[in-house]
Design a protein around this ligand. Structure first.
Ligand SMILES: [Zn+2]
Length: 469
């Protein structure tokens, strides 16, 4: 089990590492950079071998003893092992999370089957084993042992890169000239001085050119007081964000949906054409990737970013609770969308929230999302039938009626300080806990469920309820 990250208190500085990307290495260094090309080839081949090793036979370990043959120096060999261990680690974590999501989805499927709410023709979720990652991009995550990046005292350049090469004791010196944009980013606005950069640098080759990524550490102080009002964030398609105070930000419906439909049609036609050509024995088939699809994803992400930014601007001084989105919840939220879109975009919302809060020093916490959309915010009753349709929430027991996303965001807000719920280790435990609370609620209000109309009147004004727990 992963240990939960400690929530930073107000006034506590948090270290945030920020990357400065797209620094192009000068064309004038062409001869020099071809030496880098040769190095990269050998390096990536070795790195790939370790990635495969760490994803299959052994656990990722940056300190693993070198066990493969290479013409690289010992130091470069270590860097390759470290990079491979990092890649394998995140691959293993992502795979484990995806597998847990699959188990959750399967459990939800079984529940629906049991209470006969499974849609006709719905397929049982399937698990497909993941492939070991293959390194497709030329990317070298180097440390100071192999690539030194030092400020230049010569006035024409900003930095000098000193790179160890394949030749024993032969070093490559590459000057770096920053653009005005990069100079701006690397200048501390408080002191007006150049920031101190971290000793590790990344080298990328894209479109025939080499690019450098630098990074620096910034201290961000958490500004949110612990008693700041709690805002719950519900993530969805119809509304990217619904907050527990009843505001909505961004939508996938309308223009974006139209664009997605057009793109899907286009891809379908292309696939048909490919099949047709394949039958005729044509060797060079048109590519399956779609440029408009990529543009669409970028566009959706921009829209998401805009929605998230606006949400934070309009809730200054608040703290936030948001969902841990799993594939199971995404399935629930995005029935009508294709797998590709929901995977690439719904998941982007919580990531964007996380990045925004870290950057701005806002307190925000991820909470469990299990049953947040089926649970009644007033009486805690959990039932899929509380959702007569995608938009509406109507509690079968107490009659609490409101917008479905609003009910969910209020549940999410209430979960922020809910330690009992946080301690639950499975969906079943969450459900059992909520149903216990529902029983408690019934006893407290002595409501024998005999006369729904009276209760309807009782709880009609509960939409603005601040009830937590
Ligand atoms: Zn209820």
């Amino acid at each position: 089990m992963k240990k939960r990250k400690k929530r930073a208190k107000k006034g506590e500085p948090q270290r945030v590492t920020k990357a400065v990307t797209h620094i192009r290495l000068e064309e004038t260094n062409l001869g020099k950079l071809s030496v880098l090309d040769q190095l990269a080839q050998v390096y990536l081949a070795l790195c790939q071998q370790y990635v495969t090793l760490f994803c299959t036979d052994e656990l990722p370990d940056s300190f693993h003893a070198p066990c493969l043959v290479t013409s690289l120096s010992e130091r470069w060999h270590r860097v390759a092992i470290q990079q491979a261990a990092g890649i394998a680690k995140s691959w293993r974590t992502n795979r484990a999370n995806a597998y847990q999501d699959y188990l959750d989805a399967l459990a939800e499927d079984k529940e629906q089957e049991a209470d006969r709410t499974l849609e006709a023709g719905a397929k049982e979720p399937e698990w497909r084993e993941w492939d070991v990652p293959t390194l497709q991009q030329t990317c070298i995550q180097a440390n100071a042992n192999v690539v030194k990046c030092e400020p230049s005292h010569d006035s024409t350049f900003d930095y000098w890169l000193t790179i160890s090469t394949l030749e024993f004791r032969q070093q490559l010196f590459v000057p770096v000239k920053l653009s005005n944009y990069h100079i701006g980013v690397l200048t501390d606005p408080k002191t007006g001085k150049r920031r101190t950069i971290n000793s590790s640098v990344t080298l990328n080759k894209r479109d025939g050119a080499w690019w450098l990524t630098l990074s620096y550490n910034d201290m961000v102080t958490v500004q949110t007081p612990p008693d700041a009002p709690v805002i719950g964030i519900d993530v969805g398609i119809a509304n990217f964000i619904t907050t527990s105070d009843g505001k909505q930000y961004g939508t996938f419906n309308g223009k974006l949906r139209e664009r997605q439909k057009r793109d899907r049609e286009k891809r379908r036609r292309k696939a048909k054409l490919r099949k047709c050509l394949e039958k005729k024995g044509v060797k060079r088939l048109p590519s399956t990737s779609s440029a408009t699809g990529q543009r669409l994803i970028r566009h959706v992400r921009q829209e998401i970013n805009r929605a998230v930014n606006l949400c934070f601007t309009e809730h200054e001084g608040c703290q936030f609770a948001y969902e841990q989105l799993s594939v199971a919840t995404m399935r629930h939220k995005a029935r009508a969308m294709n797998a590709y879109m929901r995977a690439s975009n719904l998941g982007h919302i919580p990531n964007q929230v996380a990045w925004n809060v870290t950057k701005q020093g806002i307190a925000a916490t991820r909470v469990k999302s299990a049953y947040s959309s089926q649970q009644c915010h007033v009486c805690h009753y959990v039932d899929r039938k509380n959702r007569p349709n995608q938009r509406t929430f109507c509690c079968k027991v107490c009659g609490h009626t409101t917008h479905a996303d609003l009910n969910a965001s209020q549940n999410i807000a209430a979960r922020l300080y809910d330690e009992e719920l946080r301690a639950c280790t499975s969906r079943a435990e969450v459900k059992a806990l909520l149903m216990r609370r529902h029983e408690h609620w019934k006893q407290k209000f002595r409501i024998a469920v005999v006369d729904p109309p009276i209760q309807l009147g009782l709880w009609a004004s509960s939409e603005t309820s601040t009830d937590v727990g």
